[in-house]
Design a protein around this ligand. Structure first.
Ligand SMILES: Cc1cc2nc3c(=O)[nH]c(=O)nc-3n(C[C@H](O)[C@H](O)[C@H](O)COP(=O)(O)OP(=O)(O)OC[C@H]3O[C@@H](n4cnc5c(N)ncnc54)[C@H](O)[C@@H]3O)c2cc1C
Length: 693
């Protein structure tokens, strides 16, 4: 890369967010059990102000919907706060020869368990999603002919990825927030949704708003109620569920809240795990150029002894170095890539080394040390794809730090901003939970199984087993646009303040719950819950998981939730009230994940994107230079599982489990202009949710 002036680097890393969002005015108050509770009304509420929620809100407002946004933290969440070396946006490729939407859809859904219509929608919708962001001023890099610059990322053989640098999703939030301000969308900032309100309309359950805990409310609990005809959950992923996690802190999402409301959730077995710097320092993904420059990966024990542990796994220095490089675009762990000395053997080696109590480090000032008995590292001895990539990027400098400076100076800046100079110190890291591919089951307009309640962004379970890197951000934009269209078309009603009467009993229960918890002396407090849930999830349901331990972990999760329902959770201060609900819901979400995993493993389900399911009955074991790793013998995925989704519904404290065939996609070649125009003109296209399949 030609030297880029510091102020340009700064503008792409130190992204300043806009101020001046409009505050939503109170529409009324109601006295409930001694609490003066403010009521807000709107035709639609979006819960969450990440990239997905803001897109949904802006599109709705433009379509004439009276929408408000309520968010725990205006610029919190993963879009605003996380990233990687170059955070990726995956869309149809517009450079070179253009793209083929059918092929793109196939690639998006290639890991299986993904609805094929959803994959096609994400493929075609990516163009509009992308150009909308460009129009709002997202600085996507172009060549001098106007084509957007592209590169190859995870599960992407074509090179459809693009990026504005490490803070792409933050820049997306920035331009969308600027638009929300221009559109005068009112916000409740510092407002955490804790319960979805429901009512029956003509015998059918439907949502009618949300109960929130708001930092800025004056009543003693910070309680408020938003009455809305449509609710859009855009709260991101359940980032607090795992101890070993690269999510920013305080990402709870609303998966558990949706489960409590009886909404169907799907594919909860599917997550992404991969290497990143730890949450106790600065959580960040180490993908892309961080590993493509081939730094030395080693471990260090308490006495300061260093171990070239990867040398025990790979057979030659060339194989070791080439697989470190490949983690750049094969970043998420995948069980099959532990075989044949491929790149996920690196993740497994890190897992084994961490269990010895050693710290894993990446050093940019040293090239990899050789595999014992083999030749030294040399840029002349790399697999062909690796050598070509470095050559094409003019990155054949002697040291990894110089190759990094050449290919991606922003990645160095980023750690500098967080007090870590890669020029000086090796970087501690680990394999972490990064993204949930499953979530709320939604139809092609993003509506959940609860009428009028939608889910977009990471909280929606649309991805199946794997996804190309960058497909998460794209999905949030595409379905943000689609839910807005659907809501606008349905003609949302403005709620009447008197409607509070029909949901008062639900608010009363919440108040009773808060009071019980403030009085409670139960040992189940928030630190206990976080430790209990997170360690079980990381130790028993992480990317390496032992089949014979799942049942026990599930039983422990069930026992925890039973105790919570009988004894309650204790909190000592009013400022813990929102967390009380978030931890209760995280405990339920973790039981849901383990229920799905237990079901999957019981049916003989094997290892795939999220995790290796290890068992002595496994059909294959990873090989290393020193022999096979029998402890990690694993069950392989059954092909049949690729065409199914596991769907859970929670009712009366228990989960029911269904296996659903993935939705098919009609051949786009049968869709003709004249045949379909009328469906568009008469709005019939909006009728086609999953209720019709
Ligand atoms: C380290 C890392 C790197 C990543 N890299 C990529 C990448 O390169 N490409 C890609 O496509 N994806 C990537 N992802 C995933 C992607 O960033 C997320 O899936 C995406 O940003 C989620 O956007 P969202 O709008 O759904 O949620 P978020 O951006 O998480 O926003 C959620 C919002 O909801 C609010 N909120 C949460 N709970 C509540 C509640 N109960 N009530 C009210 N408000 C609430 C939060 O404050 C926040 O405003 C990465 C993730 C991580 C962790």
């Amino acid at each position: 890369m030609t030297q880029v002036p510091q102020e340009i680097l700064d503008s792409l890393t130190k992204v300043k967010m806009p101020s001046g969002v409009l505050h939503k005015e109170i529409n009324g108050t109601i006295d409930i059990d001694g609490i003066t509770c403010p009521i807000y009304t709107a035709e639609a509420i979006v819960l969450g102000s990440g990239a997905a929620g803001l897109r949904a809100a802006c599109e709705m407002k433009r379509a004439g919907v009276d929408v408000i946004v309520a968010s725990q933290s205006l610029y919190g969440g993963t879009s605003a706060c996380s990233g990687s070396d170059k955070q990726t946006l995956h869309t149809a490729g517009t450079s070179n020869n253009g793209d083929n939407f059918n092929k793109l859809a196939q690639d998006i859904g290639s890991g299986g368990a993904m609805d094929l219509d959803t994959a096609y929608i994400e493929a075609t919708g990516s163009i509009g999603a992308f150009s909308g962001l460009q129009y709002l001023g997202l600085p996507l890099p172009q060549d001098r002919f106007g084509a957007v610059l592209r590169y190859q990322t995870d599960h992407d053989e074509v090179g459809r990825a693009t990026s504005c640098g490490p803070r792409t999703s933050r820049l997306m939030v920035k331009v969308l927030a600027e638009e929300a301000i221009r559109l005068n969308i009112p916000f409740l900032s510092g407002s955490t949704g804790i319960q979805i309100l429901k009512q029956k309309v003509n015998g059918k359950e439907t949502t009618c708003g949300v109960i929130c805990i708001d930092r800025n409310e004056e009543n003693e609990y910070g309680l408020s109620v938003v009455l809305a005809d449509k609710v859009v959950l855009a709260t991101g992923g359940p980032g607090e569920m795992y101890r070993d996690s690269v999510y920013p802190k305080h990402c709870f999402g609303s998966l558990g809240m949706a489960i409590e409301a009886g909404i169907d959730v799907t594919n909860l077995t599917e997550s992404q795990f991969g290497i990143g710097t730890r949450r106790q320092e600065f959580p960040w993904n180490l993908s892309g150029t961080y590993v493509q420059v081939i730094p030395y990966i080693f471990s260090r024990d308490d006495q300061g002894n260093e171990y070239n542990f990867l040398g025990d796994y790979f057979r030659t220095t060339q194989e070791l170095a080439s697989n470190v490089f490949r983690k750049g675009y094969q970043w998420p762990f995948h069980a099959t890539r532990m075989l044949d000395y491929k790149s996920s053997l690196v993740d497994l080696a890190i897992f084994i080394e961490s269990r010895k109590g050693r710290t894993i480090l990446m050093d940019f000032n040293r090239n990899p040390l050789p595999v014992p008995g083999d030749q030294e590292f040399s840029l002349e001895r790399l697999d062909e794809d690796v050598r070509t990539y470095l050559e094409n990027n003019e990155a054949l400098q002697e040291m990894p730090i110089d190759r990094l400076l050449q290919m991606n100076p922003l990645s160095i800046e980023l750690y500098k901003m967080h007090n870590h100079d890669l020029n000086v110190e090796p970087l501690p890291f680990d394999v972490n939970n990064q993204h949930m591919n499953g979530g709320i089951d939604v139809d092609i307009w993003s509506q959940s199984s609860l009428d009028s309640c939608y889910a977009v962004g990471e909280v929606a379970g649309t991805h199946g087993v794997t996804r190309p890197g960058g497909a998460a951000l794209n999905a949030g934009q595409v379905f943000g646009m689609r839910c807005a269209k659907h809501i606008a078309n349905s003609g949302p009603k403005a709620p009447n303040l008197t409607e509070i009467e029909s949901v008062k009993s639900q608010v009363l229960l919440v108040i009773a719950n808060i009071r019980d918890s403030l009085k409670s002396k139960s040992a189940l407090n928030l630190p206990f819950l976080s430790e209990n849930v997170q360690s079980r999830m990381s130790d028993k349901a992480g990317f390496i998981c032992h089949a014979d331990e799942i049942q026990q972990a599930l039983q422990e999760a069930k026992d925890l939730n039973k105790t919570i329902s009988t004894e309650g959770i204790s909190i000592s201060e009013h400022r813990e009230i929102a967390r009380l609900f978030q931890w209760r819901q995280t405990a339920i979400s973790s039981e849901a994940v383990l229920t799905a995993l237990n079901h999957y493993a019981d049916q003989g389900g094997g290892s795939r994107g999220a995790r290796a399911i290890c068992s002595s009955n496994g059909t294959t074991a990873p090989a290393t230079r020193l022999g096979p790793l029998e402890e990690f013998r694993f069950i392989e995925e059954k092909d049949d599982d690729k065409s199914k989704k596991i769907v859970l519904t929670y009712q009366d404290g228990d989960f029911s489990i269904k296996e659903k065939q993935i939705r098919k996609m009609e051949s786009p070649s049968t869709i003709f202009f004249e045949k379909n125009w009328a469906n568009y003109l008469t709005d019939r296209i909006y009728e086609d949710g999953f209720r019709h399949t």
